[in-house]
Ligand binder design. Structure first.
Ligand code: AMP
Ligand code: ZN
Length: 334
């Protein structure tokens, strides 16, 4: 890996070799050492602002300008898709969330929005609990809103409500913050992060062809950004014992591929893009139909905006002026 700038020297943090003559068994490398070091370097350089909660960060102006550059590069790559642009807030109706069966597969990641809906008396109780440092959140009531777990989820009910699609099907361009409850010290595993996606809806053949095109374009983008990468078969983190079977079947059917980039020293490479084929799953949740009335198939390509930004910082350093010219041009002349 290249030197990542004068502010962050990867490898510094490895445990020093001891000079003792006792040949202790080599300890397995701790992937968290590299993660912690990179996280600290980002915070020290004020690229990310830490909070009291792992995985919730503020982003600096520099970080955001890289993120904006990435979004512009992705738009350029997808200009021929004639995608309908849809922008949703990072929340969606609870009813749609239930229909999506997200809770069946990933209950551990879901975030629901709860609010105070009580009386004056309840309010006094709430304030008393707060004052005494007691738990108060169990008094909050669920609302009709949940946090978006992926950028494409709000698209399906909107398209389904329009009735059958045309024979060409459609492509939708989405970008939103997503929530996943996976607190971690890994700076690349956030609890709220942005996904930019192109979502394809249509026939099975249209989705499979779309995904192939985007795997190639993903590789092309990573190449233009001069990021070391590989594309590999993947699976989602389905919950529980039953989840193992679902994950195995997802792999067997080759439904998910990821583009991985090494970000943290001593840790496995990180998924920065994913290429997904959902078959007709979402047509069972909502009446998504093709032109001839068949259940529509769907797929999406997702770009992890924070992870790609972190990968760029990791490989090209913290000073934009020192980044390769081609990379800066790809990002719209940063
Ligand atoms: P997925 O829907 O899990 O395939 O995620 C799509 C993309 O979002 C991934 O390839 C990552 O780049 C990004 N992503 C997923 N989870 C996280 C996370 N916890 N923190 C930051 N980025 C994430
Ligand atoms: Zn998606």
């Amino acid at each position: 890996m290249e030197d990542a700038s004068n502010t962050y020297a990867p490898g510094d943090e490895s445990p020093a070799a001891s000079g003792s003559s006792y040949a202790a068994p080599t300890p397995a490398p701790d992937p968290d050492i590299g993660r912690r070091a990179f996280r600290q370097a980002l915070i020290d350089a004020r690229l990310l602002y830490a909070s009291a909660v792992d995985g919730i960060y503020g982003r600096s102006g520099l970080f955001e300008s890289i993120a904006d550059g990435l979004n512009a590069a992705i738009s350029k790559l997808g200009a021929d898709q004639h995608a309908e642009v849809m922008r949703f807030p990072p929340a969606m109706p609870r009813r749609d969330f239930e229909a999506s069966e997200y809770l069946k597969s990933f209950p551990q990641l879901a975030g629901t929005v709860h609010c105070f809906c009580g009386s004056d008396r309840d309010h006094h109780r709430l304030l008393a609990r707060l004052e005494q440092g007691e738990e108060w959140a169990d008094q909050q009531r669920p609302t009709d809103v949940v946090l978006a777990p992926a950028a494409c989820y709000p698209v399906y009910p909107v398209v389904a409500a329009r009735g059958p699609m045309s024979a060409e099907g459609m492509v939708v361009d989405v970008l939103t913050y997503c929530f996943r409850h996976e607190p971690s010290i890994d700076p690349a595993r956030m609890q709220m992060f942005r996904q930019r996606e192109y979502v394809r809806l249509g026939t099975a053949g249209q989705i499979v062809a779309f995904r192939q095109v985007w795997i190639e374009r993903g590789r092309q983008l990573a190449g233009m950004l001069e990021l070391p990468h590989e594309v590999d078969l993947a699976n989602d983190p389905f919950f529980g014992r039953g989840g193992k079977i679902v994950a195995d079947s997802q792999r067997e059917l080759k439904l998910k591929f990821e583009l991985l980039v090494p970000i943290n020293d001593g840790a496995p490479p990180t998924a920065c893009m994913s290429f997904n084929y959902h078959m007709d799953h979402f047509a069972h949740a909502w009446p998504l139909r093709t032109a001839d009335g068949e259940p529509a198939h769907t797929g999406c390509v997702g770009f992890g905006i924070e992870r790609l930004t972190l990968a760029l910082l990791r490989h090209h350093g913290f000073e934009l002026a020192k980044w390769p010219r081609r990379v800066r041009e790809t990002l719209g002349g940063l």
